[in-house]
Design a protein around this ligand. Structure first.
Ligand code: BTN
Length: 328
């Protein structure tokens, strides 16, 4: 869309850019540029204009659109970017696109999800105007045994993106929840299709949900969930900036996959699970409770080494743990 290209040009310019330059660069009329600027202003962009100097971007609203996210992305990135106001689940939309041949690197973002999905059949609260709901298509050409590496790598990629976009630290609870001040700010749901014959991963839809500007959460999750804003004195953040950093970080992950020691090293630095008493799910004891023990180490394949209270030691490759003293 023309307005997205106009936004890209004026937001990358530190000073005024003339209407003539914009129309020449985009190969459109001055009138078309004026109309695009008018639309952007209606969307909430603060754009100063001066007859002599042209246009200057003064402020950006916190909206998620293809234009607002693309501003922060390299022009030549491969993989389509689709941004919706509302969908049931970005993972569902992307799975559908994948089945129709979408390429690795395709991204779906929504401002709101009406049926946001969490792990183990839970829902993921996805209100409009607050969070980032993003799904990234990755075709890794790896066996299914690599899936725990991929979820670990993704946690590192998203944590790094938060640091790049906002200069903030986050921590990882095994396997890939991101925390701030020991409460959850991000959940990741990876849905995989495997080729029957080879056992190789066909497509991976990596769904990332980040709580960015929420002020509160429904009572049933308010003890465990928080937002980046709530952990930073109520400051509001531009979501498009983080959405773009997540895409950049995932592109880097895809380019480095599957050999890069950085990811396991960084994971171990960010992890807050080892050394703690944990309860593992869905590993059940006979009375239907999760099994309790102590998390000892993160193995090289991102599995969690646990010493259970019955004295046995296991490497957990899937499932979830709750960490004592963190939240249940
Ligand atoms: C969890 O913490 O249980 C995982 C939550 C994953 C939420 C994201 S939001 C984008 C993508 N679409 C979904 O329906 N779920 C994932």
């Amino acid at each position: 869309m023309l307005k997205d290209d106009v936004l890209k040009l004026i937001s990358r310019e530190k000073s005024y850019i003339s209407g003539e330059t914009i129309s020449r660069k985009l190969g459109v009329s001055r009138a078309a540029v004026n109309t695009a600027v008018k639309t952007l202003r209606e969307e909430g962009y603060g754009i100063d204009s001066s007859t002599k100097k042209g246009y200057l971007l003064i402020s950006s609203p916190d909206i998620l659109s293809k234009g607002s996210v693309s501003v922060y992305l390299p022009d030549n990135r491969s993989g389509d970017l689709l941004v919706f106001d509302s969908v049931d689940s970005t993972n569902n939309v992307l799975k559908d696109l994948a089945s129709k041949g979408a390429v690795s690197g395709t991204v779906v973002i929504a401002d709101q999800q009406t049926g946001g999905k969490g792990r183990r059949g839970r829902s993921f609260a996805s209100p409009s105007g607050a969070g980032i709901y993003l799904s990234y298509l990755f075709k890794p050409d790896s066996g299914f045994d690599k899936i725990s590496d991929l979820t670990g790598w993704t946690a590192v990629a998203v944590s790094d993106a938060i640091t790049s976009a906002y200069g903030l630290d986050s921590q990882i609870k095994w396997v890939n929840d991101l925390l701030m001040n020991r409460k959850k700010i991000c959940g990741i749901l990876t849905e995989v299709t495997v080729e029957g014959e080879s056992g190789f991963i066909d497509t991976c839809v990596i769904g990332i949900g980040v709580n960015v500007n929420e002020d509160n959460f429904p009572p049933e999750i308010s003890e465990i969930a928080t937002s980046i804003s709530m952990e930073n004195g109520g400051k509001k953040f531009v979501r498009a900036e983080l959405a773009a950093e997540i895409i950049r970080s995932m592109d880097k992950l895809a380019a480095n996959w599957p050999e890069d020691p950085y990811y396991i090293e960084r994971y171990r630095e960010l992890n807050i699970t080892t050394g703690s008493k944990i309860t593992a799910f869905p590993q059940m004891t006979e009375n239907g409770q999760g099994r309790t023990g102590k998390a000892i180490a993160i193995n090289d394949d991102f599995s969690l080494k646990v010493e259970f209270d019955d004295g046995s030691t296991e490497n957990l490759r899937s499932g979830e743990v709750s960490v004592r003293g963190l939240y249940t």
